[in-house]
Design a protein around this ligand. Sequence first.
Ligand code: ADP
Ligand code: MG
Length: 272
Amino acid sequence: MNKEQIIKKLEYGSTKNPNNRAPYAKKVIVISSGKGGVGKSTVSANLSVALAQKGYKVGLLDADIYGPSIPRLFGIENEKIKWNKNNKIVPHENFGVKVISVGFTTPSEDTPLVWRSSVAISALMQFLEDVDWGELDFLIIDMPPGTGDIQLSMAEELPLFGAILVTTPQALSCDDVSRSVMMFKDVHVNILGIIENMSYFIAPDTKIRYNIFGKNGGKNICKKYNLNFLGQIPLDINIQELSDKGEIPISLGTQSVKNYYKEIVKRVLEET
Ligand SMILES: Nc1ncnc2c1ncn2[C@@H]1O[C@H](COP(=O)(O)OP(=O)(O)O)[C@@H](O)[C@H]1O
Ligand SMILES: [Mg+2]
């Protein structure tokens, strides 16, 4: 082993033979990106509901400790953490998906969690081990952006089935997602593919297509790193409006919005 390899090994810990903190889940999939605001949480929520609609048992863990979005997306932002008689945390359930988030532990939505990453990681380990998930076909994890402690811990503590990366088409987002690609490769996590979100905008009145954030950024990353392209989701006001109201677009959106996510889920299931 040369010096560079040794340093990498020390930094990354043991990701080749990870622990299994979620033996109740058949497949654990992380939804990740280099950047914030590209649509990870929206994708996580819609993919989870889409899988539940297909009859799978699905849990969704919100691992974005510093910016939890899952409670609002599921319309359960006022719920609080609950324990059962056996001292296990009870996940909240909506749209057929069991959901847990640090958002359920704070007194109000504007309470920031000012935690060191060691504390954030122990909270996530508790969500893996002390939640009464039951048996799951899929545990979907909505990750924070970037390539840091939480990503590494998940790769060390779970035998991840794979990672789905979300990017928008512009170069800045693609640069960031490229770093995520390299990180997941380095920590031996299989990349199931890339979703390009906010790919284009079709004006509802004129039907003219605008490539607001550029074109084909996600596809080009796939070509460069030889990854699956899982599909494009355009900027669509229906997605944004329903998401803000806690009405999951794949369940309550327009037919075209449902179709974008359905196509992607089909491709994800082909990989599983
Ligand atoms: N395809 C889309 N069309 C319109 N709005 C979207 C789309 N995808 C995400 N959004 C909106 O963009 C914002 C950021 O999305 P979010 O999923 O929270 O990103 P992230 O989890 O990566 O930070 C949210 O307000 C969401 O409703
Ligand atoms: Mg998010």
